[in-house]
Design a protein. Structure first.
Length: 249
């Protein structure tokens, strides 16, 4: 979306856009994701914002309208199709440490379970368009299994530090629906081990700063980048508060 109005303050603009969209399509203001883009050098709101997780027919309704506005803000919706991400999700439940050896063990455990899951293997063999026509079904499966990587993330669950594992793969298909189906097959995996507990896919995170899905807000890496002018871990909660107040008014 491109935006004019707001009062120049980034989180005020954030709240106005959220209220405008939710009232226009009559949905809960908290039910969709609105990215908080970096603030310009002069401190004014950015003009391009990303709204996601809106049901497809309602998103289309917004786009078809070309322009929506309230007293405080005017929004020009532009359609945007998110590319498929190689990020599958976060597996939690293993008791492995956040070390290179722990990551290797987590990756091998996940790879073994995936390689033995006939639904996932068959799906990759029959949905392999991203690898090109010269790649056979068996080659596609080998490429896919070899591409499995994990990266540890330390989460605080009930005041206890837990190491979870972010799983990434090379995409076998460019088709959105097929990729969504494959991710749902990953969601059914239960990785039971004799020594390291049982891991399964967690709900994805929604970072309020970037808005990534592979980490919670307190672990967002953006605020530590040199020159970052957007919200930080310390400011994001306070910056979001005006929106909550305005909803109660
Ligand atoms: Zn983030």
């Amino acid at each position: 979306m491109t935006v004019s109005g707001g009062n120049g303050a980034v989180m005020k603009t954030h709240g106005l856009i959220r209220d405008l969209i939710s009232s226009f399509i009559n949905i809960d203001p908290a039910s969709f994701t609105l990215g908080t883009p970096p603030t310009a050098d002069d401190g004014t709101s950015p003009s391009l914002w990303l709204a996601t997780d809106i049901p497809a027919h309602l998103a289309q309704h917004i786009v078809d309208n070309h322009i929506i506005s309230s007293n405080g803000i005017t929004v020009f919706p532009l359609p945007y199709s998110m590319p498929n991400l190689s990020f599958v999700g976060i597996f939690a439940g293993f008791t492995l440490p956040d070390t290179d050896a722990g990551a290797d063990a987590a990756r091998d455990l996940l790879r073994t379970v995936i390689a033995n899951n006939s639904k996932i293997c068959t799906f990759v063999q029959t949905h392999r368009d991203a690898f090109g026509p010269q790649i056979s079904a068996d080659q596609a499966l080998t490429i896919f299994l070899d591409s499995i990587t994990v990266q540890g993330i330390v989460l605080l669950v009930n005041d206890t530090k837990t190491v979870a594992w972010r799983l990434r793969v090379t995409l076998p298909t460019d088709d959105h629906l097929a990729w969504g189906h494959l991710r749902r097959l990953f969601g059914k995996l239960q990785v039971m081990t004799a020594l390291y507990g049982t891991a399964c896919l967690q709900r994805t995170f929604r970072c309020r700063i970037c808005p990534g899905i592979d980490h919670p807000t307190p672990l967002c890496p953006l605020p530590s980048l040199p020159g970052w002018l957007g919200p930080t871990h310390a400011t994001i909660a306070a910056l979001l508060r005006p929106r909550l107040r305005s909803r109660c008014a």
